[in-house]
Design a protein around this ligand. Structure first.
Ligand code: AMP
Length: 282
């Protein structure tokens, strides 16, 4: 299994494997891989001759030092999982220095307002960090197709915007959310939950499903108020936000309009661990 810790050797290798009709699929991750990540890789494998997976805990997208420090780093297990899936997957696990070359800062991006909603509001600087790392990785890997999970739907829209504004020649493909059996969206952060918290965290997806049902007959604010009351009476989970927004612009919904596609977004804290989820309301 080809594994690279530096960009120079990776680029050299990719140049040698690329042939005229072959495509490169790319799956950027922060490691601590789970079935959700592997499903992105499977889609890339099905649609491209070569698949590159990056594993890099990107410091500039963390607005919380404790979250960055506690983020699970499990490179050895990750490489085993990738090899089991397909030993030909090319792994890029760079050092911070290989990416940032001594200057660990974000570029400033304008994502036409997408960055000001939800995650952008509650995690200042987060999307500048995401834009910086994704652009840098695209420059290094030069993929034809890149795969991102809908679990981070706002990130997916931001990456699409970055690609279109910078006229980058890469197709961004959104992939379905992979869930645990109780409905909890898979996340590397789930590893930090106790068994009880992990089981009870099914409330997040259950609430999204019920909100979707209510949205058929109620307006946005009624549904939002209902979700607030659900979490007010819960002593394990603290709601950071629940929002219903236009899928394209991510502008919060005030009043339902028939010609828009809406999506619900939620962020919840349990024991200082932050979990997010989302559902289409169509
Ligand atoms: P992360 O390692 O959390 O940065 O995630 C890397 C990629 O995997 C991102 O595009 C995520 O949206 C995606 N991803 C994370 N969790 C899931 C999941 N449960 N289902 C599908 N994709 C996911």
């Amino acid at each position: 299994m080809p594994i690279f810790y530096g960009k120079v050797a990776l680029v050299e290798f990719l140049n040698s494997v690329k042939s005229t009709n072959s495509t490169i699929g790319f799956v950027p991750t922060m490691g601590a891989l789970h079935q959700g990540h592997l499903s992105l890789m499977q889609q890339s494998l099905a649609e491209n001759q070569h698949t590159v997976v990056s594993i890099f805990v990107n410091p500039t997208q963390f607005n919380n030092a404790e979250d960055l420090e506690k983020y699970p780093r499990t490179l050895e297990e990750d490489t085993k999982k990738i090899t089991q899936l397909d030993p030909n997957i090319i792994i890029y696990a760079p050092t911070v220095d290989d990416i940032y070359e001594g200057k660990v800062t974000s570029q400033d991006f304008d994502f036409d307002g997408l960055e000001n909603q939800m995650e952008g509001k509650f995690r200042p600087g987060h999307f500048n960090g995401v834009g910086t790392i994704v652009k840098r990785l695209f420059e290094i890997v030069s993929p034809d197709n890149a795969y991102f999970g809908e679990k981070d739907f706002q990130q997916l829209q931001i990456v699409k915007k970055m690609v279109s504004k910078n006229h980058l020649n890469v197709k961004i493909i959104g992939c379905n959310i992979f869930r645990e059996t109780n409905g909890l969206a898979m996340s590397s952060r789930n590893e930090r939950l106790s068994a009880e918290e992990r089981e009870k965290a099914s409330i997040i997806y259950q609430t999204l499903l019920e909100a979707k049902e209510k949205f058929k007959t109620q307006d946005c604010n009624e549904v939002k108020n209902w979700v607030n009351t659900i979490f007010e009476s819960n002593d394990i989970f603290d709601l950071e936000y629940f929002e219903i927004a236009d899928e394209e612009t991510l502008i919060p919904c005030e009043k339902q309009s028939k010609d828009k596609n809406y999506r619900a977004f939620i962020a919840v804290f349990v024991n200082n661990i932050r979990l997010i989820d989302t559902i289409s309301l169509k």
